[in-house]
Design a protein around this ligand. Structure first.
Ligand code: IVH
Length: 694
C-alpha cells in the first residue's frame, strides 16, 4: 500500500483548483482504462492521484461534488457480450528467459517420456505474436462461434466480430467440427493508420491495446473497419472424419489448406545431438529480424511436434508440458528514482517499489519498478535520486537493473523500514529469508486488503464486479473487513441508509448485478476455496492437490486440526515440510478458525470431482508407485493416474488401494504386503487403466 500523500497547507481556493484538475485527470484515465482498453498510467500512479484527491476532499469536505470521481466506484465494464464456456480450457504457456530454461524444458520432456536422448524430441518453433487469443468453431465449414479467452474457462461471445477477421467458410476437405485456437493482432501499418484518425487523447498506446479495443466492439462494423489480422496456432478439437496427421506441423499445414492463416514463420527444428543450438539459432535469427517484421512479437514458442508425445505430456494446472515460450530480452531505459515506497503484500511481505520519472519502455509508460527486497537494494546500491537502468519484459513487472554510476548520484543510502508502513507493527526477517514481513497479521489493513483482493480474484472466488478498486473502497469505508463480510453485504445494504445503488457510479442494475455475482460465488469448488484463502505457499496447484486428496471441506478441516495433520500431509506426493507447516499454523490461528467457521456456514463448498472419466477403474483410489517402471516414467505414471481421478501418495498406509511395484521395489513393497494392500505389476496397472498396448 502506498503511503498517504503529503498534505500541504493549501488555501480553499488552491484546493478547489487542484480538486478540479485531479478530477478531470482521473476521469480521463477512467475512460481510457474502462472504455478504450488503453491505460496510459500504471495502477499505482492512478491510485496516487485518487489518494491525493481523497485527502484534499477530506480536508475540504464542502468541495466534494456528486460528480467527483471519489463518489464513484470504478466504471461499468462494456456490456453486451454473452458468456460462453470453453469446451477445453484456454491455458497459458510457461516462460523461458534463458537458454538454460529452454534446455531444462527439453530435458523435462525427455525424462517425462523416458526417452533415451533429447535428440528424440523434435520441436517446432513459431513466433509468439503479441495479441489476444481467441477460440473459433467451424461446423461443416461454417464459422459458428467465436469466443475470447476470458478467464480461460469462460470467455465472451465475439462471433460477429471474428467473422470480420477470419474466413466465414473453410475450403478444401474440412472436418464436420473444428474448434481452433489462435491470436488476433494488429500490424504496425494498420496501427499507425488507425491512430492517425484518432484524437490525441484517444490514441491507442500500442498495437495490442488497439487490437483489444477493436475486438471488443459491440458493433461488428467498427471491428471490420479496424483491419485486424490473425493466425491459428492450435486446436481444441477436430472431429475424426479428417485425419490431421501425427504432428503439429502437419496439422498446421492442413489448416492452411482449409484457407486459414497459420504462423507464417513456422519452422520445424529437429533437436539433433547438441541440437539445442538449432533452436537457439532460429531464436537469434528471428530476434535479429524482429524490428523488420510487420507485427510485434515478444518471443518464440517451442512445441513438441509429435502429437502422441503431446498427448502423453499433457498439462499442468495452467500450461502444457509440451510447449514453452522463449521470451526476447527485456527492453531497457534510463530514468530517475524519485522515491522508494514500501508495499505490503497479502502475506505481509514488504516489497520496495521505486517511483520513477515516467519513461516509455517498449511502447509503454513506466513509472514504477520493483526493487524486490532489502538485500537487492543494498546489492545494487540504489539510492533515492539515482539514475537507474530499468527493464520491462512482456507482462512482467518492470525491474530496476542497476544504478548508472556514470551519471549524477542520489543522496543517502536507503534505510529499509523495520516497522510496517501500513500498520506500524514490527517487520521482521526470519533467518534464511530474503523478505521482511509485517507481524501485524489480520490487524494490518494492507494485508487485509490484499487478502480480500486475492479472495475475490478470478482464479479464486471469481466475484464479477468486485475488482481490486472496489474492494479497496469498500474496505476503506468499513463495509467489508474480511471475506465473510462480502456475503452479508446485501443484507446489510438493505437495512442501511446509504444504499449501494444510490452511490455515484452505481445504480439499481449494477448493485443488483454485484449482489447476484456474490450470490453465485457462494457455490465454490473445494480447490478454488482453498486457493482463495491465500495461505502462504498454497498456490493453485497445491490447492488442487489438497482438494484431490481430502475430497470434502469437512474432511480437509478435520484432517488439518487432527494430531496426524502433519503425517497426512506429508503422505501426499507433492507436499513437503514447508507447506505442511504453513497449513498447520494457519489452522492453529484462532482468527482463521473463526473465518473458516463463518465461511463454511455461508458457502456451499462442493466436493472434489475427478476431472476425467468418473467411470475409470482408479477414480478416487489411492496409488503408490515404487521401484523402477519400465514402460512409462514415474512422472508420466503419476500424471496419468491423476488425470483418471486417482490420488498418488508417497508412502504406503492403510488408506492405500494399490501399490504399483516396478523392478527393485524396496520397503514400500514390504509395507504393502504387511498391510495387505493390493500389489500390481506395471503391466497389470497399465491394463487396469486401459493403456497396456503390449
Ligand atoms: S500455443 C495451451 N503458440 O501466448 C496454450 N500460443 O503466453 C498453447 N501465443 O495464450 C498456446 N503466439 O495467446 C501458442 N505460436 C503461438 C503463440 C501463442 C502467441 C499466445 C497465446 C497464449 C499466450 C501464452
Amino acid at each position: 500500500m502506498s503511503s498517504a500523500p503529503q498534505l500541504l497547507l493549501l488555501t480553499r481556493e488552491e484546493a478547489a483548483r487542484e480538486i478540479a484538475k485531479l478530477s478531470d485527470e482521473i476521469r480521463a484515465h477512467d475512460k481510457r482504462y474502462y472504455q478504450q482498453d488503453a491505460p496510459s498510467i500504471s495502477d499505482a500512479d492512478y491510485d496516487t492521484l485518487r489518494q491525493r484527491l481523497e485527502a484534499l476532499e477530506k480536508q475540504f469536505p464542502e468541495l466534494i461534488t456528486p460528480e467527483s470521481p471519489t463518489q464513484k466506484v470504478g466504471a461499468a465494464p462494456a456490456e453486451g457480450f454473452g458468456k460462453v464456456r470453453h469446451s477445453k480450457p484456454m491455458l497459458s504457456l510457461d516462460n523461458a528467459f534463458t537458454e538454460e530454461d529452454v534446455g531444462d524444458f527439453i530435458i523435462r520432456a525427455q525424462r517425462f517420456l523416458e526417452l533415451e536422448s533429447a535428440a528424440d524430441i523434435v520441436l517446432v518453433a513459431e513466433p509468439k505474436i503479441d495479441g489476444l487469443s481467441f477460440s473459433v468453431k467451424y461446423e461443416n465449414g461454417e464459422l459458428v462461434l467465436g469466443v475470447t479467452r476470458g478467464d480461460g474457462e469462460i470467455g465472451e461471445n465475439i462471433t460477429a466480430n471474428l467473422r470480420t477477421v477470419l474466413p466465414k467458410h473453410l475450403i478444401g476437405k474440412h472436418p464436420k467440427i473444428a474448434e481452433l485456437r489462435g491470436e488476433v493482432y494488429m500490424k504496425h501499418d494498420d496501427f499507425t493508420a488507425l491512430n492517425a484518425t484518432r484524437l490525441e487523447s484517444e490514441k491507442f498506446a500500442n498495437p495490442r491495446n488497439a487490437a483489444a479495443g477493436s475486438l471488443r466492439q459491440l458493433d461488428p462494423e467498427v471491428t471490420r473497419s479496424r483491419k485486424l489480422s490473425y493466425f491459428i496456432y492450435g486446436w481444441a478439437q477436430i472431429s475424426d472424419d479428417v485425419d490431421i496427421g501425427n504432428s503439429h506441423y502437419e496439422a498446421m499445414n492442413l489448416f492452411k489448406i482449409w484457407g486459414l492463416e497459420v504462423s507464417t514463420k513456422g519452422v520445424v527444428i529437429p533437436t539433433l545431438k547438441g541440437g539445442l543450438a538449432d533452436i537457439l539459432n532460429a531464436y537469434d535469427y528471428v530476434q535479429e529480424h524482429r524490428s523488420s517484421l510487420p507485427f510485434d512479437i515478444d518471443g518464440m514458442v517451442y512445441k513438441v511436434d509429435r502429437l502422441d508425445y503431446q498427448e502423453r505430456l499433457g498439462f499442468k494446472a495452467r500450461s502444457p508440458r509440451w510447449a514453452i515460450a522463449h521470451k526476447f530480452p527485456a527492453e531497457q531505459a534510463v530514468t530517475k528514482i524519485e522515491a522508494i515506497e514500501i508495499q505490503v503484500g497479502r502475506t505481509g511481505t514488504l516489497t520496495p517499489v521505486a517511483r520513477l520519472t515516467p519513461i516509455t519502455v517498449g511502447g509503454v509508460v513506466v513509472s514504477n519498478a520493483t526493487l524486490h527486497n532489502e538485500d537487492e537494494i543494498h546489492r545494487k546500491g540504489v539510492r533515492v535520486g539515482d539514475m537507474v537502468t530499468i527493464q520491462r519484459a512482456g507482462d512482467v513487472i518492470p525491474q530496476v537493473v542497476g544504478v548508472r554510476e556514470d551519471m549524477a548520484r542520489g543522496g543517502e543510502d536507503y534505510v529499509f523500514p523495520t516497522t510496517c508502513p501500513a500498520c506500524g507493527a514490527h517487520a521482521v526477517r526470519e533467518e534464511g529469508e530474503v523478505a521482511r514481513r509485517c507481524t501485524g497479521g489480520l490487524t494490518c489493513p494492507a494485508q487485509a486488503v490484499e487478502r480480500l483482493k486475492h479472495f475475490v480474484s478470478r482464479d479464486a472466488m471469481d466475484i464479477d464486479g468486485l475488482g481490486a478498486k472496489q474492494v479497496e473502497a469498500f474496505y476503506n469505508e468499513g463495509m467489508i473487513a474480511n471475506p465473510a463480510d462480502i456475503f452479508t453485504l446485501e443484507a446489510r445494504d438493505a437495512e442501511g441508509l446509504s444504499r449501494l445503488k444510490n452511490r455515484e457510479g452505481w445504480g439499481e442494475k449494477s448493485a443488483s448485478n454485484l449482489f447476484a455475482a456474490i450470490e453465485k460465488a457462494k457455490t465454490v469448488t473445494l480447490a478454488r476455496f482453498i486457493f482463495a484463502l491465500g495461505i502462504r505457499h498454497v498456490g493453485e496447484e497445491t490447492a488442487k492437490l489438497l482438494a484431490r486428496n481430502f475430497i470434502s471441506f469437512t474432511a480437509w478441516r478435520e484432517a488439518m486440526m487432527s494430531d496426524s495433520a502433519r503425517e497426512q500431509l506429508l503422505a501426499i506426493d507433492g507436499i513437503g515440510e514447508t507447506v505442511a507447516e504453513t497449513l498447520i499454523q494457519f489452522f492453529i490461528e484462532p482468527h482463521n478458525a473463526q473465518l473458516l467457521e463463518k465461511l463454511s456456514a455461508i458457502l456451499s463448498i462442493t466436493d472434489y470431482v475427478p476431472p476425467a472419466r468418473l467411470d475409470s477403474a482408479v477414480a478416487g483410489k489411492t496409488v503408490v508407485f515404487t521401484g523402477t517402471l519400465e514402460k512409462i516414467g514415474r512422472k508420466e505414471a503419476k500424471s496419468q493416474a491423476e488425470a483418471l481421478g486417482a490420488k498418488v501418495a508417497s508412502s504406503v498406509s492403510k488408506k492405500t488401494d494399490y501399490v504399483v511395484a516396478g523392478a527393485d521395489a524396496g520397503s514400500k513393497l514390504k509395507d504393502a504386503t504387511a498391510l495387505g494392500v493390493a500389489v500390481l505389476s506395471e503391466d497389470e496397472w497399465l491394463s487396469m487403466i486401459g493403456k497396456n498396448n503390449g
